[in-house]
Ligand binder design. Structure first.
Ligand code: NDP
Ligand code: MG
Length: 381
């Protein structure tokens, strides 16, 4: 069992819940990081007294340094500061940074030999091969925090065989626009897109859930984490978000993990694996839930899912490219600069913008990210 922990992106939705779990489990906090929300980070520093903290935004970091000068926490700045926190040597580094900004810190933590509790799915989408290879070389385990992947990981416990998994089934809530037509999606607003039916999450992933890009990203994440071909990963819309995902074995036996939709369960499991401890999360009452429904996604209306599948199957830098196009388009939509359906349009456009390079380095991933973001902005502005 781990004793100490670093939380990267501690001021976000997952980060705050991770610290709740850490407090209950009495983990010592070694490092905390944020992008710019220093008010929340200051409170966390005073409460958890980490050795290190970092703020990616240089100005915000300078401000925080003054504000916590009376504490023993060393405040670092910029993306290099965040990476240094990732290298703090904690038993586990929980990465809940949003977006590709999480990739270099994940690799830094792996190099140091810390176990990784991974919420930052963009890390595996953009740099899957590099991350998995480096984790294998270092003998570091990557434990999933994403609820679907935690469900699959939990459903795989006890499996010791080889080639006995038929398929993974990722469940999807369907987001706020499930059942809508493309014409109806043409006019949806940011406020409507931010209203997720079951989960309270950061803004970027909430929009990803509305476009269902989130499920496409998760398909790629699952393929890397579990070493399964994309063609053996299916998606089912399950509006109640109680069955968090399933594994189908060759004998057609299906094992699933269930629970109320609360991220503190997968967060805790990623930090206490292979053990389980009591949790303040509400007990699941299936009689109260009464009905669980499952449907196939509308792949035409929510085209992002299959665009991600295609990117993963093409390989090389394609996943990094669709991720970058989505991150930029998601941001432009949140800024009110483009429409909702411009997001899948941007993701599709990325296929023609990326070099068909299959032998690539981390630098190539970052270069692709940068150029696709630039090209995506130019598509609309
Ligand atoms: P939030 O937006 O709530 O939090 C993101 C965190 O990352 C914040 O601490 C933020 O700092 C920090 N951050 C943002 N940009 C940068 C940057 N450039 N450099 C360093 N740090 C940065 O996101 P969520 O917590 O919702 O999601 C985090 C990750 O977890 C995402 O990858 C998401 O897909 C994944 N995830 C989230 C789930 C959820 O329930 N929320 C479920 C499953 C996966 P600041 O606060 O200062 O802006
Ligand atoms: Mg998820």
């Amino acid at each position: 069992m781990i004793k100490n922990l670093a939380v990267l992106g501690s001021t976000g939705s997952i980060g705050v819940q991770a610290l709740e779990v850490a407090e209950l489990m009495e983990f010592k906090i070694e490092a905390l990081t944020a992008n710019s929300r220093t008010d929340i980070l200051e409170e966390q520093i005073r409460k958890f007294r980490p050795r290190l903290a970092a703020v990616a935004d240089e100005k915000a970091a300078a401000d925080l340094k003054i504000r916590v000068a009376d504490t023993s926490t060393t405040v670092l700045s910029g993306s290099k500061g965040v990476e240094e926190c990732a290298r703090c040597g904690a038993d586990s580094v929980l990465n809940s940074i949003v977006g590709i900004a999480g990739l270099a810190p994940t690799l830094a933590a792996i190099e140091t030999g810390s176990s990784i509790a991974l919420a930052n799915k963009e890390t595996l989408v953009a740099g899957g091969k590099i991350v998995m290879d480096s984790a294998a070389a270092k003998g570091v385990s990557i434990l999933p925090v994403d609820s679907e992947h935690s469900a699959i990981f939990q459903s795989l416990q006890g499996y010791r065989g080889k080639n006995q998994i038929k398929r993974l089934i990722l469940t999807a809530s369907g987001g706020p626009f499930f059942g809508k037509t493309r014409a109806e999606l043409e006019k949806v607003t940011l406020a409507q897109a931010l209203k997720h039916p079951n989960w309270s999450m950061g803004a970027k992933i909430t929009i990803d859930s509305a476009t269902m890009m989130n499920k496409g990203l998760e398909l790629i994440e699952a393929a890397w984490l579990f070493g399964i071909k994309a063609e053996n990963i299916d998606i089912l819309v399950h509006r109640q978000s109680i069955v968090h995902s399933l594994v189908e074995y060759v004998d057609n036996s299906v094992i699933a993990q269930l629970g109320v939709p609360d991220m503190r369960i997968p967060i805790q499991y990623a930090l206490t694996y292979p053990d389980r401890y009591q949790s303040p999360v509400k007990q699941l009452d299936l009689a109260e839930a009464a009905t669980l429904t499952f449907e196939r996604p509308d792949y035409e209306t929510f085209s992002c899912i299959n665009l991600c599948r295609r990117a993963f199957e093409k390989g090389g830098l394609y996943p990094a490219a669709v991720n970058a196009a989505n991150e930029k388009a998601n941001e432009l939509f949140r800024e009110g600069k483009i429409g909702f359906l411009d997001i899948p349009k941007a993701v599709e456009a990325a296929f023609d913008l990326v070099a068909p390079v299959y032998d690539y380095t981390l630098e190539d991933v970052f270069e692709t990210d940068k150029s696709i973001r630039f090209a995506t902005e130019r598509l609309f502005l």
